[in-house]
Design a binder for this molecule. Sequence first.
Ligand SMILES: [Zn+2]
Length: 571
Amino acid sequence: MGGLIWSLGLSPSAMADETGQSPLAKHTEESGASLDTTQQAMALPYLALSLSVDPKSKSIAGIARYTIRSDRQLTHVEFDLDPRFEVSAIELNDIALAPDLWGNDNGLLTIKLPHVLDAGDTAKVSIAYSGKPRIAPKAPWDGGFVWSETQDGSPWIATAVQTNGCDLFWPCIDHPTKRVEWLDFAVSVPAPLVVAANGTLQQVTEKDGWNTYRWQAHWPQSYGVSLQIGPYKLAEKTYRSRFGNSFPIKFWYLPGHKKGAEKLLGQMHDFLDFFEKTVGPYPFSDEKAGLAETPHLGMEHQTINAYGNGFRLAPEGYDWLMHHEFSHEWFANQLTDRTVADMWLHEGYGTYMQPLYLRWSKGETAYRAALWDSRKKIISRVPLAPKSAISSAYYNDEEAGWGGDIYYKGAWILHSLREYIGDEAFFAGTTKLVYGTSDPKPGQFRWQLADTEDFQHVMEEVTGLDLSWFVDAYFRHAALPELISEQDGQILRLRWKSGAKQPFILPVEVQIGNRIEQVTMTGGKGRIDLGSPDAHYIIDPNTKILRFDPDIAAWQKQEGAERARTGPESD
Ligand SMILES: [Zn+2]
């Protein structure tokens, strides 16, 4: 999601569950928590997931037919599944298992195997389950199912599970490193409803008043697997890529929204051109670029982005939220964070793409204005990418403000790095990080996992520089580097202060009169001759560097005091 938590005054942790449903089990609530050795050893080459979705009873019934492969000897297998579902049958290699061989403890479904699986063995595991899925208290931040209706009373349903994970509606391994390689996703809904989902549509059949949509997706990101159900119409457009291939952009829109949908398809075309030029080939060109109107604001579901921005445009004339969500096809679905602590790779990069798009479409001023507007939202109370393991619960820490920092601080660090190393190295490093190769060609790369260290290494590789001081100060420490300046006659002395052990050595520009000079900060210190004791000078006149800003800190304090006095803004 993008930039919404702060800008709408919403804070997930403060959202009471008004739906009256039982709270989430501990294991279900967390997403991306450390895997135990059993789940670590399970690879998921195939899943046929069949679901029927009944809007009347707000319930689902499903069968997940997995092919799993064990990377070491296993006596049991484990899936994550919200325990509010009843598991009615489990089969191993088409033979029903006795019910005493499985149990769901607090969201971890453990299945004892009648015989051990050796390393390299594959097995078919089938899980039949049903029940009322968690209703999202506040989608997409606090997720689950959204059971809504269109204006004319037709069911309009969506899932959004980023915060708590895939186990809110299907048995999965809820961790960024555990994707299903091939997903066959068959979803049955009352006719004439339409199901828009991930990948490519293989078949639609109708039987006894129910429509079944069969979708197939390759390597879907686990929280990216989603359902969008409604009385959809389809608008589409062919995109001819600068890489020589072409693929469809498809938009499942609600009746009456044709004009808006076609306009947005035009924007998507432009967005694609920007991303392909800036980062590299659209990662899922063998499937589609897709979006579907949803009753919630938005989410980066792989090849089927949730769209709920109501065709509103930013003053710059583009749908910034759609742009943000679409950026996640590169930064979340193609490049996935290895741990939750590296979530800034999704959101920081995803957020940085909007100013970069403005730079590409409107020029430098639009870029800097958009970035500057987000500067005041950076809180920096906890490290952006802590080295210790954290789970998604930290993402919702309202007090720490971490949720906002992964967007804006992440974007500003990338801005500071780009200004330091230059466009050529920055974008070369970004492409290498996203695709695992410097020269990605459509269809010739696989999704990538990366963490903050990988980011450092790839940027070091393209620049030949040691960037450990940069990464350490910006990502591993909470406080922003602070630039201390002292004037002594006509000499201006500059000194970086950061929480990191190594000196922070980012060069600083100083404008003296009409000329701008760069001050080298060897060992974290530098000096410049101003030419005269009363020369007018500006430090970092183009705001190329993210650093502690006493004016913003004072403003944040003032606003905080104001909020405490008047109460939180309503959303
Ligand atoms: Zn986002």
